[in-house]
Ligand binder design. Structure first.
Ligand SMILES: *[C@@H]1O[C@H](CO)[C@@H](O)[C@H](O)[C@H]1NC(C)=O
Ligand SMILES: *[C@@H]1O[C@H](CO)[C@@H](O)[C@H](O)[C@H]1NC(C)=O
Ligand SMILES: *[C@@H]1O[C@H](CO)[C@@H](O)[C@H](O)[C@H]1NC(C)=O
Ligand SMILES: *[C@@H]1O[C@H](CO)[C@@H](O)[C@H](O)[C@H]1NC(C)=O
Ligand SMILES: *[C@@H]1O[C@H](CO)[C@@H](O)[C@H](O)[C@H]1NC(C)=O
Length: 229
């Protein structure tokens, strides 16, 4: 019967959404212990969050980036690209487990082929990383390169690290779309506000890399074809 397959398809979607959201972070699902930030955003892909506070007096930006590596033993990364959008030119902080401890390192990603551990083109201080329940948090304060209302952020998660070097990440749609403009100059000075209102991409983070966009498109097509019967 068409209606029973429709019900099946709809329950499959709800199940998938529930299941995948368990692997995906949001500002409300994962608190940051210890430190308060006035702003938190669910990033549009890869189930990552960015907490931040901007200090206009000395043009500094403190961030806490939370994400789950693509596989246990993998890496997470947050970057500002002062010269463009996307990975090429990004000044990245990458954190991964090294000898049992999570360490943050800085990389100059001048091209896809040249990911060199180096100082960044802007000052970074108070850099640290912690892991809890498989979630890695990068904490850092950076001197904002350029205008605080026109930053380009890039983030990523990767599956593995070989010889102290992060291996290539997947090239699924979620991995390729993980960049967005970031405006920190209008940040509130209130206590951490975990509602995602005002973040137009807030709800998208349930499509993580385990069930990519294609998976959901497939389910929607299944529903559509059921309705046609
Ligand atoms: C902002 O930076 C200035 C200069 O370092 C400092 O005096 C001030 O306390 C900072 N404000 C906050 C809210 O941290
Ligand atoms: C800027 O302000 C932040 C926050 O108060 C502080 O941690 C940092 O040391 C200051 N940096 C400079 C370069 O003054
Ligand atoms: C990053 O690498 C590019 C290309 O090698 C170089 O021109 C640039 O100066 C580097 N930036 C930093 C901050 O090291
Ligand atoms: C891990 O520990 C070994 C032995 O202490 C050391 O030789 C190696 O350099 C460490 N690796 C990293 C990436 O720190
Ligand atoms: C949190 O943010 C939402 C949406 O921007 C806003 O409606 C709400 O008033 C804020 N709550 C607090 C306590 O600032």
């Amino acid at each position: 019967m068409a209606s029973s397959s429709l019900i099946f398809a709809i329950s499959a979607i709800f199940f998938a959404l529930r299941f995948s959201s368990a692997h995906s972070l949001t500002c409300t699902s994962h608190k940051l212990p210890g430190k308060d930030f006035p702003n938190c955003k669910d990033l549009p892909t890869l189930g990552a969050t960015l907490r931040y506070s901007y200090n206009a007096t000395n043009n500094s930006l403190s961030i806490a980036y939370m994400a789950t590596p693509a596989k246990p033993g993998g890496w997470v990364s947050w970057a500002i690209n002062p010269t463009g959008q996307g990975m090429q030119g990004a000044q990245a902080i990458i954190a991964f487990k090294s000898n049992g401890t999570v360490v943050p390192k800085t990389y100059n990603i001048s091209s896809y082929k040249s990911i060199v551990e180096s100082k960044l083109s802007f000052d970074v201080w108070d850099l640290s990383a912690v892991e809890s329940d498989g979630v890695i948090t990068i904490l850092a304060t950076v001197k904002v390169p350029g205008k605080p209302d026109q930053l380009n952020q890039v983030w990523q998660v990767g599956p593995s690290v070989t010889g102290g070097r992060p291996d290539k990440h997947d090239f699924a749609p979620a991995n390729l779309a993980s960049k967005s403009p970031l405006s920190v100059s209008t940040s509130t000075s209130a206590r951490e506000n975990t509602t995602t209102g005002g973040d137009k991409n807030g709800g998208v983070s349930v499509t993580n890399n385990r069930f990519g966009v294609g998976f959901f498109a497939g389910l929607l097509m299944l529903v559509a074809s059921c309705v046609n019967f």
